[in-house]
Design a protein around this ligand. Structure first.
Ligand code: AP5
Ligand code: MG
Length: 261
């Protein structure tokens, strides 16, 4: 079972401060550390378009609450790079932002959610992104002993800035820190500030792929946002600000929703 979990999730059971892909989150200048401790976070959904800042914000929340980030994009990319059965099935589909079939992604998430570091909560980043995935998740959590209800935060950024964020993004393959050559450049061009590794660009971070990704987002994922808006415990946060300012608003929205206010 553990072996199966490792191959499907691309990560073994991880300490609370590790990301789903197994990389330790490194402190950043934007870290949020003085608020939000009073809350048991439970399941948090970060929703929003490609490049809106889900991964960036997830790293802030996981550091604050010591709960894991579960990024289906990161997990799928880990499977692709490890050449697992799932990775082989997903590789072509993901190349330019088409969606991997729901049953494969749901199965991967189920295995990840069964790991013990999710007990106090977890941040879902990039999942659910179709209505069938949302219905599957709702049913899964409804029978999970002691699970708090989902709270959902939808991040908003306008199209032109999304494009700049996507085309400028660079990732550290070692610590997974996210940079942007236009907006959040590393100190030394092309290399990670934390561990000095050469930064990489995702294959789907081109302008052409971005058009397709946005199209999929509008047709398949926008209904998911409406689904959670209709359930209540839903907040919208403008993502076009400093990382710390966005994080502070996401955290206070989660606190508010958890306290029932
Ligand atoms: P995934 O990896 O989830 O991609 P995505 O949803 O397109 O989102 P991104 O990771 O591109 O953006 P983000 O919102 O995380 O932004 P980030 O924080 O990095 O999915 C990839 C693929 O996997 C999919 O296309 C699909 O094929 C498949 N897949 C995944 N999940 C699936 C599912 N559930 N079902 C089926 N298929 C699935 O930030 C972006 C940039 O902006 C960075 O450079 C960052 O430095 C910068 N930035 C962020 N915030 C700020 C800020 N406040 N100020 C300045 N710069 C900022
Ligand atoms: Mg991401």
């Amino acid at each position: 079972m553990v072996e199966q979990a490792s191959s499907l999730t691309g990560a073994s059971v991880s300490a609370c401060s590790e990301s789903a892909g197994g990389a330790l989150a490194q402190p950043t200048a934007h870290s949020v550390s003085s608020v939000g401790h009073a809350v048991t976070p439970g399941p948090i959904l970060l929703l929003g378009a490609p490049g809106v800042g889900k991964g960036t914000q997830a790293r802030e929340l996981m550091r604050l609450w010591a709960i894991p980030q579960i990024s289906t994009g990161d997990l799928l990319r880990a499977n692709v790079s490890q050449g697992t059965e799932l990775g082989l099935a997903a590789k072509e589909i993901m190349q330019c932002g088409n969606l991997v079939p729901d049953d494969l992604v749901n199965r991967m998430v189920a295995i990840r959610l069964a790991q013990p570091d999710t007990l106090n909560g977890f941040i879902l980043d990039g999942f659910p992104r179709t209505l069938p995935q949302a219905h599957w998740l709702d049913a899964e959590l409804a029978v999970r002993p002691g699970a708090l209800p989902i709270v959902a935060v939808s991040l908003q950024v306008d199209y032109n800035l999304l494009l700049r964020r996507i085309t400028g993004r660079r990732n550290c393959p070692v610590c997974q820190r996210i940079y942007n050559v236009f907006l959040q450049p590393p100190q030394r061009d092309g290399f990670c500030d934390v561990d000095g590794a050469a930064l990489v660009q995702r294959a789907d971070d081109t302008e052409t792929c971005f058009q397709g990704r946005i199209g999929n987002y509008q047709s398949l994922t926008a209904p998911v946002i409406e689904h959670y808006r209709a359930q209540g415990r839903f907040a919208e946060v403008h993502g076009d600000r400093e990382v710390a300012a966005v994080a502070a608003e996401v955290i206070s929205a989660v606190e508010r929703m958890r306290s029932g206010a």
